[in-house]
Design a protein around this ligand. Structure first.
Ligand SMILES: [Zn+2]
Ligand SMILES: [Zn+2]
Length: 278
């Protein structure tokens, strides 16, 4: 479905987008992208490149999946930037967009409006801040981010609500849970009302392996930089008390429809077996 995005094409605020990670810069484009130059991301051998909303709207649409009756996943098609999914959690008290993608179009806005719009947006960590300001403006809703990653907000907005501490309680039992690890402010979403016995939306705070039998917890996934085992065990201590049976990560294959808690427990036991307790 081709989008009808004239209104947005005319908005110059939506340009200055890093072609590699999808981060949108509010001010003039810098020489290089701060996110891509950080040791958790990378600048490809072909070098730093930028794009604009105009260029993206000529080539991209948003594909919408439906992994659970009340959950939709959104992905830019063809794949763009990091290639992450955002998840729309449809809930009686209001819908939440978990994580964000660096594109938006009229067809997707209309789809989300048909489900009741958005009450809020929550983003796991700076790699997915992307086009959050445009999304928040389109739905006139707040964006919940952890205070510990404030320095990485490169496209600020009055709609951003920073929270501190262990969690941000939302509505319908949903909570944004702070774990740290990948970034100081990395979070996961616990949605107890979705799936059979609750779901965790992991961003890449917890990385579901391609086999869907293991979940890794690292400082950088593309650069394969580990975390100390003490940190992994402290994150496990935060995740373990949550009730969940399904887990959804930031990438297409990262869907564990059932048995996710058991897989998480097994993964942590494996870390302990190999590395001890740090
Ligand atoms: Zn970048
Ligand atoms: Zn990341």
């Amino acid at each position: 479905m081709k989008n009808n995005s004239t209104h947005y094409v005319e908005n110059p605020d939506w340009n200055n987008i890093c072609l590699v990670c999808g981060t949108r810069y509010q001010d003039a484009m810098p020489e290089s992208c701060a996110i891509c130059n950080d040791e958790r991301q990378y600048v490809p051998p072909t070098g730093q490149k930028w794009t604009s909303y105009v260029a993206m709207s000529r080539a991209n649409t948003i594909r919408i999946g439906n992994p659970l009756p009340d959950v939709y996943d959104l992905r830019i098609s063809p794949a763009f930037g990091i290639g992450q999914l955002a998840h729309l959690v449809v809930s009686p008290g209001g819908n939440l967009l978990w994580d964000c993608i660096p594109f938006i179009d009229e067809a997707t806005i209309a789809f989300i409006r048909s489900k009741g719009g958005l009450r809020g947006i929550a983003i796991s960590h700076p790699h997915y801040y992307s086009l959050m300001k445009a999304w928040a403006d389109a739905f006139e809703c707040p964006v919940y981010l952890h205070q510990a990653d404030k320095q990485w907000v490169l496209d600020g907005s009055d709609r951003v609500r920073f929270f501190e501490g262990a969690k941000q309680v939302l509505w319908d039992g949903m909570e944004i849970v702070h774990t740290g690890g990948h970034f100081a402010g990395s979070t996961i979403l616990h949605a107890p009302q979705t799936g059979k016995e609750g779901s965790v939306f992991a961003g890449d705070t917890l990385q579901i392996a391609p086999s869907r039998q293991f979940i890794s917890i690292m400082y950088s996934y593309p650069n394969v930089i580990p975390l100390p085992v003490s940190k992994i065990l402290s994150i496990a201590g935060i995740v373990n008390p949550l009730a969940f049976d399904s887990m959804y990560g930031a990438f297409e294959w990262q869907k564990i429809h059932t048995g996710a808690k058991e897989i998480f427990t097994r993964t942590i036991a494996r870390y302990e077996e190999i590395y001890g307790h740090g």
